[in-house]
Design a protein around this ligand. Structure first.
Ligand code: NOJ
Length: 499
């Protein structure tokens, strides 16, 4: 079977993973030094958020040069070494490509290649994904389109050079040993060239345009010629529209945001799982199971809140979370996600049970905060430099000050503190990533009491998750549990794998 169909993929946010040169920013040297940690964790591949030179306006998603490494992270030669060293340890590398936009410092924009962007005499009524108008005026009075920040001008995908350039960039990274590509904002790049105003009830002028499929078909041919994998970031509420991108000659897989955003509720989770599996089956694509990433609230924080769902619109600073409760649920959710058929993603720090940390107002870096007029707290809280060891910042991360501040009470979250502790999140993740390999084949739901999810996999092996208000019987011998059994029964907000 193709490795990506049931892989565990670890997401590295390079700025916050590990700092090898002591400047307070993560880098490739930091990752290389920690490759044994990642191999021992039991994952199959590493997805790197953008590591290219960038103007720093949107956490690296404003790329100046796709064929280079940002000097703060290292060099291209070092990235090649990293890819090779990781592969030696059984870890494949996935790079991040951002087709919708480039940095305003990208040579095309700097050189005034207007035909490669969207310049108009006046703005339309579109809204930036980060809030406000997506139009910025330049010296001659004209305006350019940017669906994200003003430093991220949108590319004109009707122009053949834009297409050719991206195809070449794909080859560039496959030639350097990348095993896959994560495609950023994959439903946005193509626009209705008339750039019509948004009108309720009319087809959307820049989301999920049919022309995208042709682009991804040509990417698939390139990927196939290298045995590479294409992974889409497709925020699309409609499961059947989503699945169209996963037809056999298009993308291989895509992130499951429906599952990520789903509240901690048995019926809702079951519906999400069923909808996901039903949408993927006809196109024969594997599902993916994602609990968090660099854009969303940390999972232990989210599950400890009154509203356990995720949405960008509802994000507010200072929302109370019962972290002990959230952590119990996050442990159970990890066993659920890792028992389901398909691939699973682990965002760095999820394996440590890190909570969201709301950075002080003067340290906020994420443009979502400013562009929302300060309403949205931004995404820094899930991007804090990882704690590796020690009792105080920088917790073995590297130099100080770290680019985002770390909280003073994270000593119990460090890798060192959790290593070997039978009750730690890290120990649970290591065990689960190892044991999940026993699962294969389809899923069959079991008859369970209300509020309890139970399913068996074709390979044998059962997963039970208790979201009810009382302990429940476990149907067999427990192989792994997210919490100790209570009088032989599975506690509330706990999950178990049963032989
Ligand atoms: C999605 C990425 O995950 C996010 O971090 C970024 O801000 C936007 N796309 C724009 O590139």
């Amino acid at each position: 079977m193709s490795w990506w169909r049931d892989a565990a993929i670890y997401q590295i946010y390079p700025r916050s993973f590990a700092d090898g040169n002591g400047d307070g920013l993560g880098d490739l040297a930091g990752v290389r030094a920690r490759l044994p940690y990642l191999a021992a964790l039991g994952v199959d591949a590493l997805w790197f958020n953008p590591w290219y030179p960038s103007s720093g306006a949107d956490g690296g998603y404003d790329v100046i040069d796709y064929r280079e490494i940002d000097p703060v992270y290292g060099s291209l030669a070092e990235a090649e070494k990293l890819i090779a060293e990781a592969r030696e340890l059984g870890l494949r590398t996935i790079v991040d490509i951002v087709p919708n936009h480039v940095s305003h410092l990208h040579p095309w924009f700097v050189a005034g290649r207007r035909e490669l962007f969207w310049f108009r005499d006046r703005p339309n009524n579109w809204v930036s994904e980060f809030g406000g108008s997506p139009w910025t005026q330049v010296a001659d009075g004209s305006w350019y389109l940017h669906l994200f920040t003003a430093e991220q001008p949108d590319l004109n995908w009707d122009h053949p050079l834009v297409r050719a350039e991206h195809e070449d960039v794909l080859r560039f990274w496959f030639d350097r040993g990348a095993a896959g590509v994560r495609i950023d904002s994959a439903v946005l790049p193509v626009k209705d060239p008339a750039l019509p105003d948004l009108v309720d009830g009319e087809p959307h002028p820049y989301v999920d345009r049919d022309e995208l499929h042709d682009i991804y078909r040509s990417w698939r041919q390139i990927a196939d010629s290298y045995g590479g994998v294409l992974i889409g970031e497709l925020w699309l509420p409609d499961a059947s529209r989503f699945a169209r991108y996963l037809r056999p000659d298009e993308l291989h897989t895509a992130f499951n945001f429906d599952f990520l955003a789903c509240p901690w509720d048995a019926a809702r989770l079951r519906t999400s799982i069923d909808t996901t599996l039903a949408a993927h089956a006809p196109v024969d694509a594997p599902a993916t199971w994602v609990l968090s990433n660099h854009d969303v609230t940390r999972v232990v924080t989210r599950y400890g809140r009154e509203d356990t769902s995720f949405s960008f619109a509802a994000k507010r600073a200072g929302t109370f979370s019962d972290l002990a409760l959230g952590t119990r649920r996050a442990r159970a959710a990890a066993l659920l996600a890792m028992a389901l058929p398909g691939a699973v993603y682990v965002y760095q720090g999820e394996e440590l049970g890190l909570p969201e940390y709301e950075v002080p107002a003067d340290a906020i870096r994420d443009p979502m905060h400013a562009r929302s007029g300060g309403v949205d707290p931004g995404r820094d809280g899930c991007r804090i430099p990882l704690p590796w060891s020690g009792d105080e910042p920088p917790y073995g991360f590297g130099g100080t000050p770290t680019w985002l501040p770390q909280p003073s009470d994270w000593s119990s979250f460090t890798v060192d503190a959790q290593d070997g502790d039978p009750e730690s999140m890290l120990t649970l993740y290591r065990a689960a990533l190892r044991l999940r390999r026993r699962f294969s084949g389809g899923l069959r739901w079991l008859d369970t009491p209300d509020g309890v999810l139970g399913f068996a996999r074709e390979s044998g092996g059962t997963c039970v998750v208790n979201l009810s208000s009382a302990p429940v019987e476990v149907p067999g011998e427990v192989v792994l549990a997210s919490a100790p059994l209570v009088d032989g029964r599975l506690a509330v907000d706990a999950a178990a794998w049963v032989a």
